[in-house]
Design a protein around this ligand. Structure first.
Ligand code: AMP
Ligand code: GLY
Length: 445
């Protein structure tokens, strides 16, 4: 009883003061930046963060890997964190949220069971079938012969998806039967380790893709504006798939009534089915949708914010964000202030390393000729670091495929993208690679 009263006192519209963000990408730096500027928040720690974390006002970096659950728990307790936000899927799937919650910490991010939504495509498909959620027709197989028999019976190319987490590399959209078969041979060859022990084969759908994010407290949902990612490396949406080369929001692909339809058709049934399975899902439900001629279809679920959608969305969210995430963590969204969504258009362009996504080169020195205000996200743009690290001498280097995210907002997309691209011209490193056509769907020039 006493602890229940204590929780109620904590939640009544309260803003957390001390927040630990876990993860080291552009998504986590954007979360840390957005949370640190909420009034009432005193300190944000990011573990492990990256080369840009220290430049974020109000943020400190902790050198703890996202997989080191014991050290993360110890740090959260030592710093008296009153909210922990877990960014990436791997620690969620590995049960980090469960470990922290069992120690009494309020955590934004689902436990291992809820993270199955992303960690097993078969599991997610079974949930969608149970909840009658519109998705592509599919077949599951746990060995090569079984999978090849499915392809032979259909005689059509199919999408091949490794069942488990494969860092965005486990999906092949085949254009021929031979390509489908080759993708299956690759998955079952062990290339994806345990993630490739089973596959989901899907019919190929067509239509624009849009990402929808719902913040869940286990019972209720708050929806964010829809965002559109750009998955391919090349301009004109060509070349191999990446983690995402840029994004914009709000995506006019889904207007308010279409978003409401997605809430009713997809998000509420998903949450209800999770609850029926005894899963108290407190975190992000990310629905990757394809808008087909027959209506929206779920292409994938993820158990976290998208990257770069998160960088794009955070600047549009109001001061209530920290209180809303805490309320989700405590299962009490009913007591949270309404989350304000700012008017305006947000544009994000990713600067990647040479060779990304196949063979990204690391170690290039980075020079950033932006004002201090812009570097700290206090000016017209936000520069969120992703694959960067700072050496002992204070020199910044590239350290991963996606290096930086440049984000800007304005009253229209033309201006927002013009500002983001102008700022990107002030970022220099050898082999810098970015698409000039991010947002082509919403730009007039
Ligand atoms: P996923 O990791 O499941 O999101 O798949 C990666 C990408 O593959 C998606 O963003 C789509 O572009 C594409 N994709 C996945 N499933 C399908 C499908 N059934 N039909 C067409 N494209 C798909
Ligand atoms: N931007 C796509 C993802 O985060 O999965």
């Amino acid at each position: 009883m006493a602890s229940l009263q204590c929780m109620d006192a904590m939640v009544l519209g309260k803003t957390p003061q001390r927040i630990l963000v876990i993860g080291g990408g552009g998504r986590e730096n954007a979360l840390a930046w957005a949370l640190a500027r909420c009034s009432g928040v005193q300190q944000v720690w990011v573990a492990p963060g990256n080369g840009g974390t220290l430049e974020l006002p109000g943020c400190e970096q902790l050198a703890i890997a996202e997989g080191d659950h014991d050290a993360l728990l110890a740090a959260a307790l030592r710093h008296h964190a009153d909210l922990v936000v877990i960014g990436p899927e791997a620690p969620l799937a590995a049960g980090l949220a469960d470990t922290l919650r069992n120690a009494g910490l309020p955590v934004f991010g689902p436990g291992a069971e809820g993270a199955m939504l992303e960690a097993s495509k078969q599991w997610a498909k079974a949930l969608m079938a149970e909840a009658a959620i519109p998705t592509a027709r599919h077949w599951s197989a746990s060995n090569l012969d079984e999978a090849l028999a499915v392809v032979k019976a259909g005689g059509q190319p199919l999408v091949v998806k490794a069942d488990g987490l494969a860092a965005g590399k486990g999906v092949t959209v085949a254009t021929t039967v031979a390509e489908t078969e080759a993708a299956l041979v690759e998955v079952f060859s062990g290339r994806f380790g345990a993630a490739g022990a089973a596959v989901v084969l899907e019919e190929i759908l067509e239509g624009p893709e849009v990402s929808v994010f719902a913040l869940s407290d286990g019972q209720r949902l708050v929806l964010l504006p829809p965002a559109q990612d750009h998955k391919r490396i090349g301009e004109g949406d060509t070349g191999p798939n990446t983690g995402g080369m840029g994004a914009y929001a709000p995506a006019p692909l889904l207007d308010a009534s279409a978003l409401e339809q997605v809430r009713q058709l997809v998000l509420e049934p998903t949450l209800a089915t999770l609850r029926r399975r005894g899963i108290d899902y407190r975190g992000v439900i990310y629905a990757g949708l394809m808008l087909t001629e027959q209506g929206p279809r779920v292409i994938e679920f993820n158990c976290r914010f998208g990257d770069p959608e998160c960088e794009t969305l955070m600047p549009l969210l109001g001061d209530e964000l920290a209180a809303v995430l805490l309320a989700c963590a405590l299962g009490r969204l009913d007591q949270a202030p309404a989350l304000t969504i700012k008017d305006g258009c947000s544009a994000c362009v990713i600067a990647a390393a040479e060779g990304y996504p196949l063979n990204a080169r690391a170690g290039d020195p980075i020079r950033i000729d932006l004002t201090a205000a812009d570097r700290a996200g206090r000016g017209a743009v936000q520069l969120f670091h992703a694959g960067t690290r700072m050496d002992a001498a204070g020199q910044l280097h590239s350290s991963g495929g996606r290096v930086l995210a440049m984000v800007s907002q304005s009253h229209d997309f033309d201006t927002a993208f013009a500002q983001a691209y102008a700022a990107l011209a002030a970022v220099h490193f050898d082999g810098i690679t970015y698409r000039r056509d991010i947002g082509h769907q919403v730009r007039s020039r």
